[in-house]
Design a protein around this ligand. Structure first.
Ligand code: LMR
Length: 313
């Protein structure tokens, strides 16, 4: 594959940041700038060097640069934000609001200054409120700013379904709508396996258990890791979105996008299927919902709205 000259800025050199850098290089999406604050200089420089040293094994020509200087991130085509604190067992994502908002203020200000033309993907929690703060502070066009969670939540849902049926994940079609919280909405009625409705394949009590596990998917990993949260699947989910933008794939992926009346919601970022291409969020798709699904989505929106309303910009 030809060497791409696209530039990918990764803000935060922790576990997700390192995995993002590795995936971006392995997919040859472009050259990577792995940024963190000066206290983490060794970490980002070390991860960059380590990944560069594996590039000969499979012949990757993309390079990673570890830096603590925003000037190196300047002009990035895509920026993925993982900077922030992960939750610990017993915490909710909302418990991170104050500490992560402080970090987001700085990050969003620097994106405004150094990467005003980038497509920006936020991973920091509480996700829907953080992406809202990011867009407001950076002033970037709303269609160039998204939150990652829908791809992650949908991927978890699909995995649990494939596992329950002992079937290939390739044939599982499913979608999770709504905020990245415990009241997210896995759309069972719209889900299929090889075209067969999910409701025909899995008994209701088992499906309810899968829905519950999906909703608490992040907390399950926090409970296992104890000192942090998920990092492989969040990284892969963000890279799928970055790839669709960089290669103008026009994939339809669930993302926290700014809604302008769709689903009866205005001016808030919320998880819905969107088309991502070279123009950023190019289309927002509206799924037809029945009354019960609408009620579930409204509950999820109420939670997101409550957190967004407590964001002091
Ligand atoms: C996740 O869903 O894995 C992330 O949002 C991290 C978390 O705290 O759950």
């Amino acid at each position: 594959m030809a060497h791409s000259k696209k530039k990918i800025g990764l803000i935060g050199g922790g576990q997700i940041g390192g995995n993002l850098a590795l995936l971006a290089v392995q997919k040859q999406l472009g050259d990577v700038i792995l940024y963190d604050i000066p206290a983490a200089e060794g970490l980002v420089k070390g991860k960059a060097l380590d990944i560069n040293q594996l590039s000969a094994v499979d012949g990757y020509d993309c390079r990673v640069t570890g830096t603590t200087d925003w000037k190196d991130v300047a002009g990035a085509d895509v920026v993925i934000i993982t900077a922030g604190v992960p939750r610990k067992p017993g915490m909710t994502r909302e418990d991170l609001l104050d500490v992560n908002l402080k970090i987001m203020r700085d990050v969003a200000g620097n994106i405004k200054q150094h990467c005003p033309d980038a497509f920006v993907i936020n991973v920091a929690n509480p996700l829907d409120a953080m992406v809202y703060a990011l867009q407001k502070i950076s002033g970037l066009p709303a269609n160039k700013v998204v939150g990652m969670a829908g791809v992650l939540d949908t991927s978890r849902f699909k995995f649990f379904v494939a596992e329950a049926l002992n079937t290939s994940i390739r044939d599982v079609e499913a979608l999770v709508l709504g905020g990245h919280g415990d009241d997210m909405v896995p759309l069972v009625r719209h889900s299929t396996v090889g075209g067969v409705p999910l409701t025909q394949l899995i008994a209701k009590d088992k499906l309810d258990a899968i829905i519950d596990r999906t909703r608490k998917g992040g907390a399950e990993l926090v409970g296992l890791y104890k000192t942090g949260s998920a990092y492989f699947a969040p990284a892969a989910s963000s890279i799928a979105m970055a790839e669709s933008f960089l290669l103008d794939r026009k994939r339809v992926l669930p993302a926290a996008a700014m809604l302008n009346g769709e689903y009866g919601i205005n001016g808030v970022f919320f998880g819905v299927p969107v088309q991502i291409g070279a123009g950023g969020v190019e289309k927002i798709h509206t799924v037809e919902l029945n009354e019960a699904e609408k009620a579930e989505l409204a509950r999820s929106y109420d939670s997101v709205k409550k957190t967004v309303e407590s964001v002091k910009l």
